[in-house]
Structure formats: C-alpha cells, structure tokens
Design a protein around this ligand. Sequence first.
Ligand SMILES: [Zn+2]
Length: 271
Amino acid sequence: MGGGIMNHEEALNQIAAYIDNELSISEADTLAKHIADCKVCQLEYETQINTISLVKKNANYFEATPMFLSQLDQSIHESVGKSTPKNVIQKRWNINFGISWANIGTMMISLIALVWSTSLFLAIPNTEERLTDELISSHVRSLQVDHLSDVISTDKHTVKPWFNGKVDFSPSVIDFAESGFPLEGGRLDYVNGKTVAVLIYRHNKHAINLYVWPENNKDHQIKEESRHGFNAFQWVYQGMQYWMISDLEEGKLESFANRVQDEIIKSRPQG
Ligand SMILES: [Zn+2]
C-alpha cells in the first residue's frame, strides 16, 4: 500500500483544502484514497462541491436569492447534521450559525458577506472547468506518487475482470499495442464525487489515463478540454463518460481518442 493511512477526522478537515487544490500532491493522494473508501467523507466532499456549484449558479443571477438561500441553508444544515464539523463549514463560508435565516435583511447581508468572503467571482471556476482541473490533478498525482496502476497487466483479460466487484459497471478494456499505444493496467480513482475506473495506456514516454464512469448525459462526440499544458478529450457514449488525459501532443492524443471511441462503439453496438 502506498501513502499513509489517514484517520477520518483528519480527512474531513482536509476536504475543503483538497477542493481548493491547497494540498500537496502526496497529501491529496492520501486523502483521495481515504475518500474512495469512506462513505462519510464521500458525502462531505459531494456536499461541499454541490454547495459551491449552488453558490456559483445563483450568484450569477441575483434574482434567485430567496430560493438560493433556502437551498443553501438546507444544504449546510443537512451537511452539518450528517457529518461536517461546524468549524469546517464556518471556515469555508465564514458563516455565523447563530443567525436567523428567516429575516430577509439578514439574508441579504449574509449573502453579500458570503460572496465577498469567498471571492466568488474570481476564485470559483465553472463545473466543467472544475472537473477538468480535478482530472488533470488526478492524472498528475498518478504519475508522481507511483500510483499509476493498481493492476499492472498488458492483458485485457486480466485488467477487465479486475474491476469486477470494485465498480458497479464494466468498462470496455481494449489493447492498442499494435498501433503503438499498449495497455499498461488499470486502477480505481475518486473524481467528480465518485469512484471511477481508469485504464492506463502508454505512447513512447507518455502515460495516458482514460477515466471511465457512468453518466446520465446524452451521447456526445469528442470535445477538447485542454488546460495547464495537458491535453484532455472527453466524450459520452451509451451512458458512459470517457475522459482521456495526457501530456502527449494534442494531435496524436486526439487521433488516439478517436481510435478508442471507434473501438468502444464496435465493442458495444447500439441496440
Ligand atoms: Zn472519512
């Protein structure tokens, strides 16, 4: 087992910093492993992410204020009631839990304080940017803490069954060694609030992570989401979300993404 074992209280207290990308790579990796195994921390992580997107969504449209505040109130109280030490929420949002949410004037002052205290408009990226950042951070961690593969095998008949019982879906596992993109293995990771399957490919010196998880979005063709010097391509096919991330040159990664998409379509025909 790589990385330290982390206790639950310690993990809970680091979630806000994790979401803000304030942890070191090894701290983030240790925490991600804890979250993958801990239902309470998963819930806390999801609550914080959802609260951020709720604030972001509503802060762009101030007319939604009363609805927003009641949703935020509910979200905070649910989260506090279930799992979160108050000081974590208070630290993140600078909220005084003694206030009465019933008073509209107090609500407005609180909202303004909330927006100011979190530098909302500058600091919080939209959901898609956040997800891209999270996946790129995961990709970088996988390279730097020797956590690229949990199952190391170039044999798809070893890698595919390895996921059985670990995730409740069965990713398509296809080797592309003949085109210079050999399968190296697989692992579990925790991104976007869920445990996901990752397939690892390599082209020359470049590791390629292919993240796979079920998603209710409509099918869509490959979209580029490159950021921070990493290239990322994502698509949805038959209820599965695919994200391919690497520092491999953009054009090569895009043609590999197209190749993988084609083969997945062949292996999972419509109807
Ligand atoms: Zn925990």
